[in-house]
Design a protein around this ligand. Structure first.
Ligand SMILES: Nc1ncnc2c1ncn2[C@@H]1O[C@H](COP(=O)(O)OP(=O)(O)OP(=O)(O)O)[C@@H](O)[C@H]1O
Ligand SMILES: [Mg+2]
Length: 272
């Protein structure tokens, strides 16, 4: 067991309600500086892991640790500070349609307290990092899917976060444009950012040659390391409670803290 992983999920279960399990006992460790793909079919739990890591939802059971902090204990008022360490690229880009590219990034910066002059100074460099500076004055509707995705990544970079979570960043792109996005993410990773990418695009994952956590029905099916070696999951299926659905005597804990109770509603970057 690695001593102090940057990210650690231990037997994490997420019950969305009495009948729907998002995660059924997931244990994974991710080290600082890693690039990891969460791969698996639709409904396998990829986005749920992203939501747990970004404190949009809390595990119903188990423990999630990020940078030494148990996410189950994070108070609602601590979430904004935590989020500054985590860039989130949402599955649907989340761009403001009536604002230009640079305004989309500037607006997100203003939302986290940056001054107008900081916006003017820093936005060009952020756009440059994702190779979209030349389209700074375009509106999102004037951009290709790949270009919109780059703006979404730019917005996730405003705090220069050490961790970037990207949910299906190549979901709607052809192979060439997917590679372009993955190359940008690989470049950010080379500069030191830890990156977790949820995707169902196996061929793309194979091209990138990075670690893969293969999800199936809310569990880790298999891990594939960056050299292509296959490994059993940390939490072997045979060790687990064989239940397939949450049992009646194990009701999900009510999520009373309003800021983490509803998936995908607590991220200022996503609220348009
Ligand atoms: N807000 C929600 N309320 C109820 N059930 C949910 C909610 N979000 C996800 N689920 C369920 O949890 C399971 C895991 O969903 P999740 O979104 O994590 O899958 P995914 O691997 O990201 O799928 P996709 O590839 O389609 O994005 C699915 O069965 C899904 O129907
Ligand atoms: Mg998803």
């Amino acid at each position: 067991m690695v001593n102090d992983p940057y990210i650690s999920l231990r037997k994490v279960e997420v019950a969305y309600n009495d009948y729907v399990a998002g995660l059924r006992g997931v244990s994974i460790n991710i080290e600082r500086g890693e690039f990891v793909f969460l791969c698996g079919q639709t409904g396998s739990g990829k986005s749920t892991i992203i939501r747990v890591l970004s404190s949009q939802i809390k595990p119903t059971k188990g423990e999630a640790i990020f940078d030494g902090r148990p996410l189950t204990l994070v108070k609602p008022e601590e979430i904004p500070e935590l989020r500054r360490k985590i860039g989130i690229v949402p599955q649907d880009f989340g761009l403001l349609p009536n604002k230009k590219v640079w305004e989309n990034v500037g607006y997100a910066m203003r939302a986290v307290g940056r001054t107008k002059s900081e916006v003017r100074e820093q936005v060009p460099a952020i756009l440059e990092r994702v190779n979209i500076l030349q389209r700074a004055d375009a509106y999102p509707t004037e951009l290709s899917g790949g270009e919109q995705q780059r703006v979404a990544i730019a917005r996730a970079l405003i705090n220069n976060p050490p961790l970037l979570l990207a949910d299906e960043p190549t979901g709607n792109l052809d192979a060439a444009h997917s590679d372009e996005i993955i190359n940008i993410l690989l470049e950010l990773n080379a500069q030191g950012t830890t990156i977790v990418v949820a995707t169902h695009d196996i061929s793309q994952v194979e091209r990138a040659g990075k670690r893969v956590i293969l999800m199936s029905a809310g569990r880790v099916e298999e891990e594939i390391d960056a050299t292509g070696g296959h490994h059993e999951p940390l939490e072997p299926r045979s060790d687990e409670n064989p239940k397939e659905t949450p049992q009646p005597d194990q009701e999900p804990e009510p999520q009373t803290e309003t800021s983490v109770s509803t998936p995908q509603t607590n991220d200022p970057h996503e609220n348009n």
